[in-house]
Design a protein around this ligand. Structure first.
Ligand SMILES: [Zn+2]
Length: 173
């Protein structure tokens, strides 16, 4: 694995719609490994491929129990809404309040190309929505309801335990 440089706000790759991944090749699997390492090195809870300069529909998120990778993720349903604080590895030293759904169902492929379905709540649902936004060229600042402090971000991240995660592999096969 290798740590990748993180692209910062102002780079056009963060503002365009990323491409679908047609096939999980060895190169894509390596990219996912590198994205996971990069996320941990940067102390992030999620990372999208455009943030490492790759305009493809891949995200990694850690709900607190290890990394989850999703290729071509699609939000199938969303319920509830909540306003809380987010940060972004591509937007250093800024934290903003964003309104997100509290419960979502997401489908996609895992790093082995298997179809997966994730039911997520709370901060994990928030992180998934933030990362999937990156695949559509949308940044948290585009949805900002106001600036926050880093202390407010830390409180937000601590609130939600990871037991809200439900992961099904092989759905629809
Ligand atoms: Zn971000």
């Amino acid at each position: 694995m290798a740590k990748l440089p993180i692209v910062k706000i102002g780079d056009p790759v963060l503002q365009v719609r990323a491409q679908e991944v047609p096939k999980i090749t060895k190169k894509i699997a390596k990219l996912i490994d590198d994205m996971i390492e990069t996320m941990y090195e940067a102390n992030g809870v999620g990372l999208a491929a455009p943030q490492v300069g790759v305009s493809q529909r891949i995200i990694v998120v850690d709900p607190g129990e290890g990394p989850v990778a999703l290729v071509n993720p699609v939000i199938q349903s969303a319920q509830g809404e909540d306003i809380d604080v987010e940060g972004c590895l591509s937007i250093p030293e800024r934290w903003v309040y964003v309104k997100r759904a509290t419960e979502i169902e997401v489908t996609g492929l895992n790093e082995k190309g298997k179809p997966v379905r994730i039911m997520a709540e709370g901060y994990f649902a928030r992180a998934l929505q933030h990362e999937i936004d990156h695949l559509d060229g949308i940044l948290m600042l585009d949805r900002s309801l106001g600036e926050a402090s880093v202390e407010e971000l830390e409180e937000a991240e601590e609130q939600e335990p990871s037991e809200s995660l439900e992961l099904q592999v092989g759905e629809g096969e």
